[in-house]
Design a protein around this ligand. Structure first.
Ligand code: ATP
Length: 312
């Protein structure tokens, strides 16, 4: 049996609208999700026993059963016990490059990589749709992370429709290393402030622009896409985290379309070339000379998980 090495891409939200609260505690969403080439490496090695072992080089990532990649392997083992008995378990090694708790779906993309990798290792021949159905049991972003690219995500985020691929953007990402925003806190606060108050809800509705964003993407109008970036969660995260607001303001001050990704605290800015992205990164280092601020240049990708090597 082969060992697999997979690259698992992060995502950013070009658009995130919270439509309403659901009785199951989740929210109905409309999102445009985009894969970028900032990626973790996930190595899968067959084990002689039925066990699942996990190692990760990042101190903030759990190495036990609570790790989403572990949960993905456990779900596969539970769903296909005969295959587990035939092929045995797996050793998972995660080399983290995606910042943790950053609004970039790091855990979800690790889980997606394990589902895709075990599908190959155990010769299951599951379709993307079957893998996405399994992924939706692990988290709302996992189905997107199986396929990646540029997608409209509705429902909890698990109902995906394809959009024209936008692979000609570069993106500069900024995140304060010591800053983490709880996704659960961000959604709960938003629910409390905006979804239970009819006036706030109506005012907000006037600002949303999904249709315009979809048209801009279909026309591949990069300028318009930049202008139409939208994230409802900024309403609760920016007032609470002034550093995130400052990061966003600095990007915008440099003339870039900038927006928070997911529940933050990562802020991204779009550019049309690698040279421009590098210039923005250098300008940001000068504008905010804080050693706690990490900056990356990345590029849009038309997919998420890719097998980078395979060994016997
Ligand atoms: P999302 O954008 O999907 O809300 P995120 O990018 O904000 O996610 P993650 O990097 O996925 O956040 O991490 C959220 C929490 O999940 C972390 O605090 C970490 O303890 C836990 N976690 C579990 N498994 C993983 C994993 N494989 N990689 C990163 N974090 C993980």
């Amino acid at each position: 049996m082969h060992s697999y090495s997979l690259m698992a891409s992060a995502k950013i939200n070009l658009y995130l609208e919270i439509i309403g609260a659901r009785p199951d505690g989740y929210h109905d969403l409309a999102m445009v999700l985009q894969s970028i080439d900032l990626a973790d490496q996930i190595d899968l090695r067959p084990l002689g026993t039925n066990a699942i072992h996990l190692h990760c080089d990042h101190p903030e990532v759990p190495q036990d059963e609570s790790n989403l990649a572990y949960k993905a392997a456990a779900l596969m083992a539970e769903t296909f016990p005969d295959v587990l008995a035939k092929y045995g378990g797996v050793e998972i090694t995660i080399q983290k490059r995606i910042p943790v708790g950053a609004g970039l779906a790091g855990g979800s993309t690790n889980a997606a990589a394990v589902l895709v990798g075990l599908n190959l290792m155990w010769n299951l021949k599951l379709s993307d749709k079957q893998l996405q159905d399994l992924g939706s049991l692990l988290g709302s972003d996992v189905p997107f992370c199986i396929v990646g690219g540029t997608k409209l995500a509705t429902g909890r985020g698990e109902c995906l429709s394809s959009l024209p691929v936008l692979d000609d953007f570069y993106v500069v990402l900024g995140k304060y290393r010591s800053l983490c925003v709880s996704t659960a806190w961000a959604y709960q606060t938003f629910r409390h402030q905006y979804l239970t108050n009819e006036l706030a809800r109506e005012n907000r509705q006037q600002e949303v622009c999904l249709e315009k964003m979809m048209s801009a993407i279909k026309d591949r109008n990069n300028g318009q896409i930049g202008q139409l970036l939208h994230n409802d969660l900024e309403r609760v995260v920016l007032p609470e985290y002034p550093q995130v607001q400052q990061l966003r303001d600095e990007f915008r001050g440099l003339g870039c379309a900038g927006m928070m990704s997911g529940s933050g605290p990562t802020v991204f800015a779009l550019t049309n070339s690698q040279t421009q992205a590098q210039q923005v990164l250098e300008s940001m280092k000068i504008a905010i000379p804080d050693p706690d601020l990490d900056l990356w240049v990345s590029k849009f990708r038309d997919s998420s998980i890719r097998v980078s090597s395979l060994t016997k």
